[in-house]
Ligand binder design. Structure first.
Ligand code: LMR
Length: 394
């Protein structure tokens, strides 16, 4: 049987981690996978996480199963973090999931269960795991144009033109904030127009929400989702705690299905519970419990928010620094978009060949589509980096 397997296409982002590690050059720069790094290039455990883990270690008396939907207090706290009080709790079916990826996967399976004929739309470009998972789950897909690579901004006219092709029941994946890979985001008025279009077509928004707190702040980043949820009958949301709590390897996420009424939400809750059982039974508890402790303890929560804010402002400074260095180097404002983008990533608009050249000649690693992880930028080498970028781009 096993000999019938064919090699699977590697995930471009994960592949890059291995290539970077194998590069012996000491001056190499890692702008690949979306992991936050501090000025020393480390990804430390956040202070509030350490404190909550200590508390958990001392107080936990059992490792027995929790429940198929996970820790209900975590689910309630995450509903609050993401949605605030924008929607009554009774309309939200929430299930803990192993990371943001696990939440996306469970929600795609929920779509398949509810409406196997639904077509799932995602932006072109998007996070490469979106198309891969939609394909794997066996749902039909379509793309909508999103990015104008000449200006490195959202091509909103093209996006709306493509979404005009939506059919009733289709599902549209939208990045709630901090678009991955481009860094270019919709403004509030554009979100409203997308909401109106989806409502007119009878399509359902599916929000991938992996970077809350990395763009303009915890609440500002959730503003679009919170407004949209008040204006649509149904919505799916996959939220991740990998980045904003730095809990990457602990796999902490939540799948939420917002329904038009409590009875429908109950149906969705039953389906999510069953899907958890079918895929892994119980979601991993440790990281979720840590998040729940932090969110429900005012002191820990304040410290977590302060540290998250330090991370966010550091990324903004790096954005400004790189844009400034590129401005000096090119004598133009053609890279100013780096300072205007938000979140962990920016797509620089380089060709695959130029990206390869940067890797081979200068040991600068970015994803093949020229996505850079802003947190990986070396603050003391921005000029050298700008020089290398302009050298290949010129
Ligand atoms: C990324 O886009 O780099 C992150 O979301 C990590 C991942 O799993 O791909």
């Amino acid at each position: 049987m096993l000999e019938k397997l064919t090699p699977q296409p590697p995930d471009k982002i994960i592949e890059l981690i291995g290539m970077y590690r194998a590069d012996p050059r000491t001056e190499k720069v890692d702008l690949g996978v979306g992991v936050y790094k501090d000025e020393k290039g480390a990804t430390p455990v956040m202070r509030a996480v350490k404190a909550a883990e200590k508390r958990l270690l001392e107080s936990q008396t059992s490792k027995s199963y929790v429940g198929l939907l996970g820790d209900l207090d975590f689910n309630a706290a995450m509903r609050g973090l993401v949605l605030g009080d924008a929607v009554p709790a009774g309309r939200v079916a929430a299930a803990q999931a192993p990371g943001g990826t696990g939440a996306i996967r469970q929600l795609l399976e929920l779509v398949k269960l509810a409406n196997p004929g639904a077509k799932v739309w995602y932006s072109d470009p998007t996070w490469p795991n979106h198309p891969a998972m939609v394909r794997h789950v066996g749902l039909a897909s379509a793309t909508y144009r999103y990015f104008d690579s000449a200006t490195c901004t959202v091509d909103f006219a093209a996006m709306m033109a493509d979404l005009d092709g939506l059919s009733a029941g289709d599902v549209v994946i939208l990045h709630g904030c901090c678009h991955n890979p481009t860094g270019a985001n919709l403004d509030a008025a554009q979100w409203d127009q997308v909401t109106d279009l989806l409502n007119a077509k009878g399509a359902i928004p599916f929000i991938d929400f992996a970077y809350q707190g990395f763009g303009d702040g915890l609440d500002a980043d959730a503003a679009a989702v919170r407004r949209m949820v008040t204006r649509v009958p149904q919505m799916l949301i996959a939220a991740s705690c990998s980045k904003n709590f730095g809990l990457y390897r602990d796999r902490v996420g939540i799948a939420m299905a917002v329904a038009q009424d409590a009875a429908t939400a109950d149906l969705a809750k039953g389906a999510l519970s069953s899907l958890n059982r079918l895929n892994f039974s119980f979601p991993p508890d440790h990281g979720a419990k840590v998040v729940e402790i932090i969110l429900n303890d005012p002191e820990l929560r304040a410290d977590w928010q302060a540290e998250l804010e330090e991370m966010r402002t550091r990324m903004l400074e790096l954005r400004a620094g790189l844009a400034e260095a590129l401005r000096r180097e090119t004598n133009s404002d053609s890279f100013d978009f780096v300072a205007h983008h938000r979140g962990m990533f920016s797509r620089l608009g380089l060709s695959q060949e130029q990206v390869m050249k940067l890797r081979e000649e200068s040991g600068i690693y970015m994803v093949g589509d020229s996505r850079v992880n802003i947190a990986g930028l070396p603050a003391d080498k921005l000029d050298a980096l700008a020089k290398a970028i302009v050298r290949v781009a010129g």
